[in-house]
Design a protein. Structure first.
Lengths: 142, 258
């Protein structure tokens, strides 16, 4: 429930009225979806340039890296490519019923991978270091 | 500077940054790279820590860790691959390591510092290693050039020592790390394992008194290393001796309060 009821109401699931509510939700969603072309959650280009920062006198490689970012709607029904967690699917349903109280799930990275950077230190020693979680590989609804 | 995908309206607003904001932004990126400030290497010393060798390592792991088919392996010591290459051993070290560092030889390039036993000295400053990093492997590398017919069939002993003590505090005390037999006519990198020594230096910086290299003929006569083609000092920059260390770190970095 959206209002934070702690205890479970034993009679809720047997009430036929809930089943009708769920049906109405599904129908309403189908209509809304067709009229609202907002883009679903997906990966977008975002390039971070060390060269443009004027750092090429100490960073040997790379000149920059494609970091990407995630953006888009996590709206009902969550599409297959949105890598939605079960929780996100349920949260989307609840948001659909109570938009003011429960937000839609977030569009965020679900897989990240690292990059390596080769650079000089102040003494001209050369350092090659791996940095984790720098590049978005996949986005999803959470 | 961060360029954006204009296809979709983005929540980033392009605006001119005030200099304070610019500095804050650069400090944030530097903190991700684990750097307290922006390094300012000296232009004339940039070649001294084998950047080309390190670029080979960078290229090796930048192809997602798979070893590219054409990648230049070489047999343990000698090859005709030319001045810089990565061994298969290095690739194994690389996969486990999260950081690799090559160090500038602090003994002046053209200074023929020969110890009392005509050994050649090398020193490396390991004080700049970020905290929490442990040496998983380390090598000392020196290049041997082809020297023509003069010593054609001769072989020599090349030995590398760790300097334990040195004058004026005491008598010179050396610890033999590794010895290699080399043919006079061969050419390529000589690679000596100095992992244990490097770990000791990282833990006790003041015990880092450097290395010494000795060259002897097979009958034990001390020979000037330069005569059999060992390169340092005046030789080409990409053949200068250097040290490379592979590190396995904790990778846990706490972000400071903003």
């Amino acid at each position: 429930s959206a209002h934070g009821h702690k205890g479970r109401n034993p009679n809720r699931s047997k009430n036929p009225k809930n089943a009708q509510d769920a049906l109405k939700v599904a129908e309403a969603a189908a209509e809304t979806l067709s009229t609202d072309p907002k883009q679903g959650c997906k990966k977008h280009e975002l390039y971070v340039s060390f060269r443009d920062l004027g750092w090429q006198d100490w960073i040997i490689a790379p000149e920059g890296y494609a970091a990407y970012y995630c953006q888009g709607e996590c709206a009902f029904p969550l599409n297959s490519y949105m890598n939605a967690t079960n929780h996100a699917i349920v949260q989307t349903l609840v948001h659909f019923i109570n938009p003011e109280t429960v937000p839609k799930p977030c569009c965020a990275p679900t897989q990240l991978h690292g990059i390596s950077v080769l650079y000089f230190d102040d003494s001209s020693n050369v350092i090659l270091k791996k940095y984790r979680n720098m590049v978005v590989r996949a986005c999803g609804c959470h | 500077n961060i360029t954006l995908d204009n296809e979709v309206h983005s929540s980033f607003i392009q605006r001119r940054l005030r200099s304070q904001e610019r500095r804050e932004m650069q400090r944030e990126i530097l903190s991700i790279l684990g750097l307290p400030h922006r390094p300012r290497p000296h232009i004339y010393t940039k070649q001294n820590a084998a950047p080309m060798f390190m670029l080979d390592l960078y290229n090796a792991i930048s192809t997602d860790g798979q070893q590219p088919a054409g990648f230049s392996y070489y047999k343990p010591v000698f090859t005709t691959q030319g001045p810089r290459m990565v061994t298969q051993q290095n690739s194994i070290f690389l996969n486990d390591a999260n950081m690799v560092m090559s160090f500038v030889n602090l003994v002046e390039l053209d200074q023929d510092v020969l110890s009392s036993r005509h050994n050649r000295e090398f020193r490396f400053d390991l004080s700049r290693i970020p905290e929490g990093e442990a040496v998983s492997a380390a090598e000392f590398r020196i290049y041997k050039d082809y020297i023509g017919e003069h010593y054609e069939n001769e072989t020599f002993h090349v030995s590398v020592y760790q300097v334990l003590q040195e004058p004026p505090d005491s008598e010179e005390d050396l610890f033999l790390l590794d010895t290699r037999v080399v043919w006079a006519i061969e050419e390529g990198w000589l690679v000596f394992d100095i992992t244990a020594t490097s770990n000791q230096w990282v833990v006790n910086l003041d015990q880092n008194l450097g290395l010494q290299l000795a060259l002897e003929s097979m009958d034990g006569q001390s020979v000037n290393p330069r005569l059999v083609g060992l390169v340092w000092g005046r030789g080409p920059r990409d053949k200068q001796p250097f040290m490379v260390a592979f590190f396995k770190g904790t990778e846990v970095r706490l972000r400071s309060v903003r």
